[in-house]
Design a protein around this ligand. Structure first.
Ligand code: SF4
Length: 309
């Protein structure tokens, strides 16, 4: 009997999830020293998938990426007369470690591999981990091929894209990836999570990207939980409510400020006092000034958030 459509959709979503969490795919490969690569993250993605699944910002990024990819695959199919494959999996054995390689698009007649990346802002050059991913796809491809990354920025009506051709990986880079895969395999077999790599810092990339975007495992790596018994529960509750109130007032203020800015666009730009009905509008033109740099004293900043029930 045919499975109900809901079950099939659930299975497809589960497969997508498992793909993200598999430490032995081309997209997860890298080596220490490669910009943005973290061995610990690669294993945490697998052993603690809930960190990624509970990260709302990241889920929004995934979903947006998923739909951009879907739409772009259709466009590529439509504009080519040749056969375009959008589901292909190759296996690459790297010194006994099997790596699953599934490029987004494979066009055999053009010997072309295309990896689609939905981004907020088109980069000037490919990200290193994307370059490695496509480099591995080129290695796994059964034929000689050209590898490309298509970066796509898609927001409402705005559509920007840029393509980059990716060179084959150098021999010494392939060796480093193989070595790293063997180490990751050992951690994976022993169900262990590697330590934070030397030199990584809590407020630096790849742990920290911006105030709203950080590695989904940040709490696991950097949050030092202390029980602050000297703080009364009532106090922290009041503090938290105050924090929320101030946050919402700041947001309202920001909206009002931007509305005010829009109106000011139509106001005179010359110094003077202007009469307008019952009002008087004073225009002060402040000349450009270089503000000397100043020393900021050290201070403590508190951030409060409520644990999920
Ligand atoms: S927070 Fe930093 S050290 Fe921890 S997994 Fe993420 S990238 Fe690696």
């Amino acid at each position: 009997m045919q499975k109900p459509i809901e079950t099939l959709v659930e299975e497809a979503l589960l497969k997508m999830r498992l793909d993200i969490e598999d430490p032995f795919t081309a997209s997860q490969c890298g080596y220490p020293g490669l910009e943005g690569y973290c061995r610990r993250k690669r294993l945490l993605n697998h052993f603690k998938p809930e960190n990624t699944e509970n990260d709302e910002e990241l889920q929004k990024v995934f979903i947006k990426g998923y739909f951009t990819e879907l739409a772009y695959k259709q466009i590529i199919r439509d504009i080519h007369e040749e056969r375009v494959y959008t589901k292909v999996t190759w296996n690459l054995s790297m010194d006994g470690v099997n790596i699953r390689v599934d490029p987004d698009i494979w066009i055999p007649a053009r010997q072309k591999i295309i990896e689609i990346k939905a981004v907020k802002r088109i980069p000037d050059k490919p990200f290193e981990h994307h370059r490695i991913q496509v480099g591995i796809q080129l290695l796994a491809c059964p034929r000689k091929a050209i590898g490309e990354i298509h970066y796509i920025e898609w927001e409402g009506r705005k559509w920007n894209m840029k393509t980059f051709t990716i060179d084959k990986l150098k021999d010494e880079e392939i060796e480093k990836i193989k070595e790293e895969n063997k180490i990751v395999m050992e951690f994976w077999q022993n169900k262990q999570i590697p330590p934070i790599p030397d030199g990584f810092q809590m407020y630096k990339y790849p742990c920290f990207i911006s105030r709203i975007a950080r590695c989904p495992h940040w709490d696991d790596c950097w949050l030092v939980e202390k029980s602050a018994t000297e703080i009364l529960i009532d106090d922290i509750d009041v503090y938290y409510k105050l924090y929320l109130k101030i946050k919402s007032l700041k947001e309202s203020l920001q909206k009002l400020e931007s509305y005010k800015d829009k109106l000011e666009q139509f106001f005179p730009k010359e110094q003077g006092i202007y009469k307008c009905g019952d009002y008087e509008l004073k225009v002060n033109v402040i000349p450009e000034t270089i503000v000397p740099s100043y020393k900021r004293e050290a201070y403590i900043r508190y951030t409060v958030r409520k644990k999920k029930e």
